[in-house]
Design a protein around this ligand. Structure first.
Ligand code: 5RP
Length: 222
């Protein structure tokens, strides 16, 4: 199986996972990235079973609308039963690194609004210790250098994501050279840096379930 075939398989598994719980008034939270895109394409086939979606990025909103799925503003809904999204890395505690696609802030907001976060990945995303994938940090543009110096002090090697502006009008620093041994504490420490909007660690609100596509099929990890 190719990586895309594993992503496709896991997207189908996520659809099966959420389908039974859908009601006509359900609003589904939808993530961003290539795995999430496979999920959106699957979701289109059952759009008659739920009311609408909330999107974690402009790109996702556009793809959902392209399939005729209504997209609601998060402020218009009381909460979400489910959020389905990919990840760049995950560990045994179902802590995640996200934001490879730069949508981390809206992803974290939609995940926070959902009762259940279903993370969909292929097996290449499983790691013993988070940090091999450069950790994305969204920063207010005027704080870019200030935050970068703090990240160096914390042992990281930040690099500005060149030519990239987030959906919120901010910049991304990708932080290399990290070994994140205590993801919850590190997430909090980064959140406390003035000028940081969000960091890509999803540990305080990690995944509730990870569906992982492997060569042997889809594994469910809780
Ligand atoms: C986007 C994300 C994505 O979930 C993450 O980058 C994984 O993407 P892909 O499914 O394309 O591997 O966090 O901000």
């Amino acid at each position: 199986m190719t990586q895309d075939e594993m992503k496709q398989a896991v997207a189908r598994a996520a659809l099966d996972y959420i389908k039974a719980g859908l009601k006509p008034e359900s609003i589904v939270g939808v993530g961003t990235g290539s795995t999430a895109n496979f999920f959106i394409d699957e979701l289109a086939g059952i759009k008659h079973l739920f009311e609408a979606a909330v999107a974690s990025s402009e790109a996702t909103a556009e793809r959902l609308r392209g399939h005729g799925i209504p997209v609601y503003d998060l402020n218009a809904v009381a909460g979400l039963d489910t959020y389905v999204d990919g990840a760049d890395e995950f560990d045994a505690g179902l802590n995640l690194v996200k934001g490879g696609g730069g949508a981390l802030t809206r992803e974290k907001i939609v995940a926070a609004a959902a009762k259940e976060f279903v993370c969909i990945v292929d097996e290449s995303k499983q790691v013993p210790c988070l940090g091999a994938f450069p950790l994305p940090v969204e920063v207010i543009p005027m704080a870019r250098s200030l935050v970068a110096r703090e990240l160096v002090r914390m042992g990281g090697q930040p690099e500005l994501r060149e030519g990239f502006v987030t959906d919120n009008g901010n910049l991304i620093l990708d932080v290399y050279n990290l070994k994140i041994r205590d993801p919850k504490a590190f997430e909090t420490e980064l959140n406390n840096l003035v000028g940081v909007v969000t960091n890509g660690l999803f540990a305080r609100r990690g995944a509730d379930v990870v569906l992982m596509g492997t060569q042997a099929g889809v594994e469910s990890l809780k």
